[in-house]
Design a protein around this ligand. Structure first.
Ligand SMILES: *Cc1c(COP(=O)(O)O)cnc(C)c1O
Length: 227
């Protein structure tokens, strides 16, 4: 566990350095610690070190782990960064503060319905990010770049959703910077401020290209067991 704390501190320092190197303020970059596949015992030292934003990929896994941790750390901000099935929209809206994987109209429609229900019951709407499939990879979620403007407009106008920003996962085997640049361009022309881009291997270029949040798993928690 001391390893986890040391790695966490290294990541914070590296983010700070990248920010300063690109003339940005470290506090303008949000670190999301990606805790998918890790049990509560592995997450606790990072919570105790003061980390507040966490990313999870699966609704089921997150709802098993986080309600208990959150009782002890109520300021936790939970981000859903994995694909979301429409039939899990209600659970996701209940559990997550940010949903970063909005990527199709059927999901936008379900989210609109579930957010309305939650807000009417006195709850808070999660922030929403649209995932863009910048590499146009068939196996990956996300809206194709050429469909992004129309999709964002539909979210806003047809479903009344407030969109806060964009998220992407560049192809594993390509230089990431062109993908980060594309995400930024789509965000700028749609008036969106949040750019969720950069993971353990590529958060430095992401920060140089304007990332407002980076999603970092293995560099903090160590390598994951393949499920
Ligand atoms: C797993 C995951 C991450 C973290 O990846 P690491 O390489 O472990 O830092 C970030 N974003 C998404 C969408 C992920 O699924």
């Amino acid at each position: 566990m001391t390893d986890t704390r040391a790695r966490y501190q290294d990541v914070l320092n590296a983010i700070s350095r990248s920010a300063k190197d690109s003339g940005r303020k470290p506090e303008d970059i949000c670190l999301i610690a990606v805790s998918k596949t890790y049990p509560a015992e592995a997450i606790e030292p990072v919570l105790e070190a003061g980390q507040r934003d966490f990313g999870e990929n699966y609704v089921q896994e997150a709802s098993a782990k986080w309600p208990v941790l959150r009782e002890r750390f109520p300021a936790t901000v939970l981000h859903l960064i994995g694909p979301l099935q429409s039939n899990k929209a209600r659970e996701a809206v209940e559990l997550f503060d940010v949903i970063q994987s909005v990527d199709r109209e059927s999901l936008a429609k379900e989210l609109a319905k579930e957010i309305k229900r939650k807000v009417e019951a006195g709850g808070q709407a999660p922030k929403l990010l649209v995932q863009i499939n910048t590499g146009e990879e068939p196996q990956k979620g996300g809206v194709l770049p050429q469909d992004a403007d129309a999709f964002i407009a539909a979210c806003r106008e047809q479903y009344g959703l407030k969109i806060h920003g964009l998220m992407c996962i560049p192809p594993f085997d390509e230089p990431p910077s062109p993908h980060f640049a594309l995400l930024r361009k789509i965000a700028e022309r749609n008036g969106l401020k949040e750019l969720s881009m950069g993971m353990s291997a590529d958060f430095d270029p992401a920060i140089q290209m304007g990332a407002t949040c980076v999603r970092i798993g293995t560099a903090i928690f160590g390598s994951r067991q393949k499920a």
